[in-house]
Design a binder for this molecule. Sequence first.
Ligand code: ADP
Length: 485
Amino acid sequence: MGLTVVIAASEAAPFAKTGGLADVAGSLPVALKHLGCRVLLFMPYYRDVAEKGFEVEPTGLEVPVNMGRRTVRAEVLLGHLHGVPVYFIKRDEFFDRTYLYGTPEGDYFDNLERYAFFSRAVLEIIKLRDLKPDIIHCNDWQTGLIPAYLNDIYRGDPAFEKTATVFTIHNIAYQGQFPANLYDTTGLGFYLFNPEALEFWGNINLLKSGIVFSEALTTVSEAYSKEIQTPDYGYGLEGILKKRKADLFGILNGVDYTEWDPETDSTLPHNYSAEDLKGKAACRKKLLKAFGLKLKIKTPLIGMITRLADQKGIDILAEAMPELMKMELAIAILGSGDRRYQELLADLASHYPGRLSVRIAFNSHLSHLMEAGADMFLMPSRYEPCGLNQIYSLKYGTVPIVRATGGLDDTVKDCSEEGGTGFKFKEYSADALVEKVAEALQVFNNKKAWTEIQMRGMKESFSWNDAAKKYMDVYKAAKARLHKS
Ligand code: ADP
């Protein structure tokens, strides 16, 4: 009998998504199931899930969740993801909202309560359903309390006797920090509010909780697993991660090629493949129209799909824009997030009509067309734990131009190397970005060389099957560690 794995995540595609975490939480469970695990996915029942009309059944199950000062009931709905049961935790007071974590103005004020509730509800449902998991795989700060609860409130509970926790850091900059006076909300003993556990410079830190109390830790690329152990990338948690170095593994995300493959992508006006690229031109045509751009055939279109957040390099892009706009190229950006970046981009676009077009939206359909229709794809990230769009770009023959950091560094090979698949710049600066784009343009003008780069990228494969096997090894390591302790 395979392992029983519970995956707890605050978002999972296709149900609710703000970024790469959803792609992972939507794909990994299915890949693990194919490897013989019994997998159950837990996530909140957001308004988005209800509105998109996914098929869910009531279970009749309602669990009381102790929230320190009050007890709150969680309703449980059951959905399915390619044969994996999905337990949706419903509490409208917390999850029936327009956004998942906050508005463009900032985070929701009660995020600690919302995700403490979710974390505790996951454990209560596991108990009630007698699921007896081998592994609870937690993801990011929203589930960081689960390992702490197991170590404190549920210690010695037979329901979790054989349960080890694995914690995945998808982005260390988002730590779920809250003022100490809200500690009650966690329901945890006060003895855990110390620097060896949940306390972080006087605040409660949920990501730290996950790091400290889990048997094994992973992050989403080899390079990022090293970077986060340094002060430049660790956001204050580098010390604690260094201590747990032996239990920290970098596993690159896979890609769901049933969704992201130009040969079969049903959202495209024309499909194409490495053997026959013709359909890509039709995609470009439709994309240009969607962005209101008119370009000569020889003018490359650079695409960018991004959360509008500090991490994504919008600042150096803005600084580089006057130089970029002197070159023979156009840029199309699809992004959503921080208000100030929305305004910055809208302002830039107004300066370069017909050359820079910006769409502020979260639009999955359009994102597929961009991957297919653009000639190049830009990711000038300050840091990037894994990054998915550059991997999609490789598959779509859309040559990535990226900053050499984290997963971008691990997945794109610079064209100066043997077997290059894209363009990488090292220094986080507008100058380095401009220089790399200029280099890419030069190669673009040499059709034969360009096509070769496209072909190499399109043949790369980052499968979930490979990634899931690595997670299985980590699960085994976590179980071994549990038995030792
Ligand atoms: P992150 O998780 O930091 O946002 P990733 O590259 O790992 O970055 O994953 C981002 C995912 O979200 C990709 O699947 C990307 O296509 C998608 N995405 C990001 N912004 C948008 C948007 N505005 N519209 C549609 N999809 C988006």
